[in-house]
Design a protein around this ligand. Sequence first.
Ligand code: NAD
Length: 399
Amino acid sequence: MSKIEVKPDGTLVVPSNPTIPFVTGDGVGAEITPAMQQVLDAAVQKAYGGQRKLDWMEVQAGGTAYEALGTYLPEETMLAFRDYHIGIKGPLTTPVGGGIRSLNVALRQGLDLYVCLRPVRWFSGVVSPVKHPELVDMVIFRENTEDIYAGIEWETGTPEAEKFYRFLHDEMGVKKVRFPETSSFGVKPVSREGSERLVRAACRYALANGLPSVTLVHKGNIMKYTEGGFKRWGYEVAQREFGEALNSGKLVIKDCIADAFLQNALLKPEDYSVVATLNLNGDYISDMLAAQVGGIGIAPGANINYATGNAIFEATHGTAPDIAGHNVVNPCSLILSGVMMLVHMGWTEAASCVEHALERSFAAGYATADLAPFMPEGNALGTREFAEHVVSEIMNSNE
Ligand code: NAD
């Protein structure tokens, strides 16, 4: 076992055989996780000829963990992700009833993974509902720990909701709650610190990857202090810490109101590159953009803390119980999340091997049943057969 270490400035020191904790995941996780591992292993072998190797270490979470251990998120899993810094996970069943609301949220909050990173690009051959999906090439930085998603809310009819309303009414002079007797309440914390670290990460990413702009997406016209604060703090941190790049034109920072952004992203997606936004906006925007380039089965994602070096890469779709066990699920969301993981580790040669193999496969019409029927020369393969096809593309390429 070999641990990835993190320097004080957050950069990673990656050994040649790093231990990577992984959660197989529930439902289709049992199909997409082995497919992802097979493809990544082949790419690492191809790129480094045996000099480097991923040392997979399984950890438990989700429904399978609950059945085996009586808990959805064992402490050992949290510790493994913390200690080994980088991990990957399949989709998890959301527990029903009390306790943890969402395992993904628990992991993000427990490890303070403040960036939800979603690159969105189109692969030639993949069907899309828009005329020019090739113009969509964006990287979304969604704030992961604040906003209305912080989980601070009270249900109507409870003593807590009543107490909260009384505080608003009696002590804060708030008279604007239209139906106080039947209202539930939620709190939307947005901080300068939280906004700054998110926008800082977005600007660094743009500069490191030679990308032209960072757009702050917000609803500051209505929510002046929360979303408006995000915008103001975003501009301030960009000017303070990246002033030279802004002044020289190397990086442009701009902003867009969320509803206009949703229109513009459809009408002129080429105007946007890196997008930095709050938690709820980011949730909507990521899924809309994913749909624009071919949808749920191929959108990758990661949750990252650039200061501690902790990162969890994940399938962005759910457990897909309706198709689980039928060898039809598309493994590309998790495979492409694995590609993001390789890039994050600095193993870019292996990452390119996978990306190029997928490009060639889609261009030739090889895909799973969710995509193949819509391709001109579509050739539907089962999950296992698709993974094998991608592996052979990797091994037989001249890269
Ligand atoms: P889902 O994403 O599992 O499925 C929605 C639809 O998309 C289904 O018809 C499914 O068959 C299809 N689909 C999803 N992924 C696909 C893929 N890779 N290839 C082909 N088709 C695919 O969403 P859901 O049905 O709302 O949720 C099911 C469970 O997953 C719930 O317990 C939910 O809480 C959980 N969930 C987990 C995550 C996560 O762990 N990141 C995310 C979303 C939902």
